[in-house]
Design a protein around this ligand. Structure first.
Ligand code: NDP
Ligand code: HSE
Length: 428
């Protein structure tokens, strides 16, 4: 008879309670699948007296998550508190130092401190696993680390923040402004306590940095992610992009280029007809491209109690089965520092501008683009709004630096009304 796997959980919020419920409700199934009992022994949260809707009196309680991590009756420390450092990091370190494996859903901690934690785990012959940290219920970490391990990964793309996708979808469906939908989403509790983590692209950037590390064998480098949130996306651009056959998504892209590692989490246009273009509401999608497999598309719930707890359980089950995977898919000491690419891979761009309605205005803009070496693919001028003509241009592939040069020169033409909007179009 195998010995039980003893589990300690720090953090009994949405995800933590979800994990407790699965451990309580599916004990026979989990034992059948692992050949061992999964036994929750100890728990920790800020408030001991809070009613969490699940009986918890049968588990040892610790006020201090570090004390929980050090307990002798815990084999696996499950960190579900959150936060880049503070108690989450201190308790994770304490767990590793006292011989525990660690499972966490904390993308912020791993995106910033992951390399040091992975090295610490390796030195202690322990594992740190984080399936739940990226795209909630979608098993994307496993897909990259295991299922696609025989591929050279060429590109990783994804919509990895459900709140941003919800906001963008709702703006389009209801014809509401960003601020109106942001306020609504915030009131409904769809956003993080610090909403900037969502709408600023930071949360999704953390996730992208984690996937890039596994995909390209590089040390996780969140600071190298080009970040731009969705706060400046207007309902006008959502509508106009739609007219040209696109939808706007907060899209993450990671690829290794001859110029270094490119990591971007920015609002981009994707074809409406593509799987990413069809993604609505809070759902996530990750596209993995490899030299052998070509393209794998994973779609599912990126957050919530059940989906995220499901991912946490998958890591616990691995540990119970004796499947010991390194944090980022290869030993931490073999991960190489990532050199960030200074410039993004050339792409087509969507440009929206308002022009003074006078002869030759459009010709001046076309000339500026031509002088910067940018070729126009498609163009549309709308019925005038007062003295101004709204104009959309879709360019052929160009570099961001050529585009910036053209945008700067447009200001000097004397025909622009206001600032132009430029958004990258990502081929899928
Ligand atoms: P919650 O805010 O719902 O829960 C956090 C829990 O941590 C609470 O139980 C809280 O205690 C406890 N806690 C916070 N600080 C301390 C501390 N200093 N000592 C002890 N306990 C503490 O968070 P979530 O469950 O939503 O998220 C947990 C982790 O999972 C985060 O890293 C998050 O990014 C990640 N995640 C969450 C997803 C989701 O859908 N919610 C999806 C994917 C990842 P108390 O209840 O007493 O206040
Ligand atoms: N009427 C203008 C032109 C179009 O011919 O260039 C934009 O104002």
């Amino acid at each position: 008879m195998s010995t039980p796997l003893r589990i300690g959980i720090a953090g009994l919020g949405t995800v933590g309670i979800g994990v407790v419920k699965i451990l309580r409700q599916k004990s026979a199934l989990l034992e059948a699948r692992t050949g061992r009992k999964l036994e929750l022994t100890a728990i920790s949260a800020r408030s001991k007296s809070k009613d969490r809707g699940v009986p918890l009196s049968g588990y040892a309680w610790e006020d201090d998550p570090v004390a929980l991590a050090r307990r002798g009756d815990v084999d696996v420390f499950v960190e579900l508190m959150g936060g880049e450092d503070g108690p989450a990091k201190a308790a994770t370190e304490a767990a590793l130092d006292t011989g525990k494996d660690v499972v966490t859903a904390n993308k912020a901690m791993l995106a910033v401190n992951g390399q040091a934690l992975a090295a610490r785990a390796e030195a202690a012959a322990r594992v740190v696993r984080f399936e739940a940290a990226v795209a909630g219920g979608i098993p994307v970490v496993k897909a990259l680390t295991e299922g696609l391990a025989g591929n050279d990964i060429t590109r990783v793309l994804g919509v990895m923040n459900g709140s941003c996708n919800y906001i963008l979808t709702r703006m389009e469906d209801a014809g509401l402004t960003y601020q109106e939908v942001f306020d609504e989403a915030n009131a409904l509790g769809y956003l993080e306590a610090d909403p900037e983590l969502d709408v600023g692209g930071i949360d999704a950037g953390h996730k992208l940095a984690l996937l890039a590390s596994i995909a390209f064998g590089t040390q996780v480098n969140f600071a190298g992610v080009e970040l731009e949130g969705i706060g400046a996306v207007s309902i006008d651009d959502i509508r106009r992009a739609g007219d040209m056959g696109y939808r706007i998504k907060l899209l993450g892209v990671a690829q290794m280029t001859g110029r270094g590692l490119e990591q971007r989490m920015t609002p981009c246009l994707v074809p409406k007809s593509s799987p990413m273009g069809q993604l609505t509401g809070g759902t996530n999608m990750v596209v993995l491209e490899g030299d052998q497999v070509e393209q794998v598309v994973l779609r599912g719930p990126g957050a919530g109690e059940g989906p995220t707890a499901s991912a946490v359980l998958s890591d616990i089950i691995d540990i119970a089965r004796g499947t010991r995977l390194t944090t980022y898919g290869q030993p931490a000491h073999t991960l190489v520092p990532a050199t960030p690419a200074r410039s993004a891979t050339p792409a087509p761009y969507y440009l929206r501008m308002a022009l003074e309605d006078k002869p030759g205005a459009l010709a001046k803009i076309a000339t500026v683009l031509g002088e910067a070496g940018i070729s126009i693919d498609r163009m549309r001028q709308y019925t005038h709004e007062g003295p101004h003509a709204p104009v959309l241009i879709v360019t052929h592939k160009t570099t961001r630096s050529a585009l910036d040069e053209a945008l700067a020169a447009m200001g000097g033409t004397g025909v622009m009304a206001g600032e132009p909007v430029a958004l990258r179009i990502e081929n899928l």
